[in-house]
Design a protein. Structure first.
Length: 341
């Protein structure tokens, strides 16, 4: 059968997932709130059963990876790291959880999802593996269970991801609410179409360094600055995200753009100083503040952990979306993608 798994964009609420994870030690920390949408780009695959208990993966570049479906071998492969480790980690979780599975081939014949740009390319592959086994072997897994297997599969590897990455398993935008280990997911009905431009800034960022710096002052704030950080990732984030959810439901697209811009200003003011080496972001600010596109957009902000990786711009309409892409690619030499919600 054919399976498509997109990437995901965190429209608002980055960092609130791990921050709310500290509620295990400090219940005064606010729950995390995030709006997550699926990308137009993703991974296309043809999947089929095999007679032998092996897993075969063919990448878009025609590179083949094959491994026996033996938990010990899968775990060993996952611990090594690298692209195929994500798949091995997810297979390991499947093998120790279900006896009903057998051999399978996933031919990932096409992918246009940018790697390492905050769009959850690794989570998309993990979800693809979980969804393929679920469909072929009629495991009866819910989307939430597919997400769990993909999440635990990825953290079996040296990589560390947040729990909002695997929302690429859904086919519509969702509101995610994080409370320590618990997650509540609510699908969001969208009244008006949103035209985003996702911008590959062609820069570099160290996500681990950013997360390490922002985790200082958790679970208990030690300074006034730490208290402000808790407020920005907690109560203020909740207010912005819930306001944006209402705007999605009522079709107030302009206000969503304003909230995005407000969120970015708050991040730059209160969080960026914790890791200036990674969060000064000259490339990001050059793009989102570029004079020629200001009349074509409602708002803009950074993506994922922030840094000079990726930007998201909310265009006023379809025509403005195309014009923004043309201007940025021609003038600034960046690469742009459409994302329509």
């Amino acid at each position: 059968m054919e399976i498509f798994v997109p990437g995901r964009l965190c429209v608002l609420g980055e960092h609130s997932d791990w921050a709310a994870g500290h509620r295990r030690q400090n219940s005064d920390i606010e729950k995390g709130y995030a709006i997550v949408a699926q990308t137009n780009q993703g991974n296309c695959a043809r999947v089929e059963k095999l007679d032998k208990p092996i897993f075969r993966f063919i990448s878009p570049e025609k590179k083949e990876f094959e491994i026996e479906l033996v938990p010990e071998k899968l775990l060993e492969c996952a611990k090594v790291g690298g692209f195929f480790s994500y798949i091995a980690g997810t297979l390991y979780q499947l093998c120790i959880s279900y006896r009903k599975i057998g051999g399978i081939e996933i031919n990932n014949y096409f992918s246009n999802l940018p790697l390492k740009k905050g769009l959850s390319s690794s989570a998309s592959i993990c979800v693809l593996a979980a969804k393929s086994f679920n469909k072929l072997f009629n495991l009866g897994l819910t989307i939430r269970r597919e997400m769990e297997l993909a999440y635990f599969g990825e953290i079996t590897t040296p990589s560390r991801c947040g729990k909002l990455d695997q929302c690429c398993a859904y086919d519509k935008p969702v509101l995610m609410i994080f409370d320590a280990e618990d997650i509540e997911i609510k699908e969001i009905e969208i009244k008006e179409k949103l035209y985003f431009v996702i911008v590959d800034l062609k820069g570099k960022k160290d996500t681990k360094k950013i997360l390490s710096a922002l985790n200082m002052g958790y679970p208990f704030p030690n300074t006034k600055e730490d208290e402000e950080k808790h407020l920005v990732l907690g109560k203020k984030n909740k207010e912005l995200v819930l306001e944006a959810v209402e705007c999605l439901k009522t079709g107030n697209v302009k206000k969503i753009g304003e909230i995005m811009t407000k969120s970015q200003i708050s991040f730059d003011t209160f969080l960026a100083p914790y890791c200036l080496e990674e969060l000064t972001t000259p490339k990001l600010h050059k793009v989102i503040q570029y004079e020629k596109i200001q009349d074509l957009m409602f708002g803009a902000k950074g993506v994922g952990s922030q840094g000079d990786g990726t930007a998201q711009i909310l265009a006023k309409d379809k025509s403005s979306q195309k014009n923004i892409i043309d201007i940025l690619e021609k003038d600034l030499g960046v690469e742009c993608f459409e994302l329509n919600i």
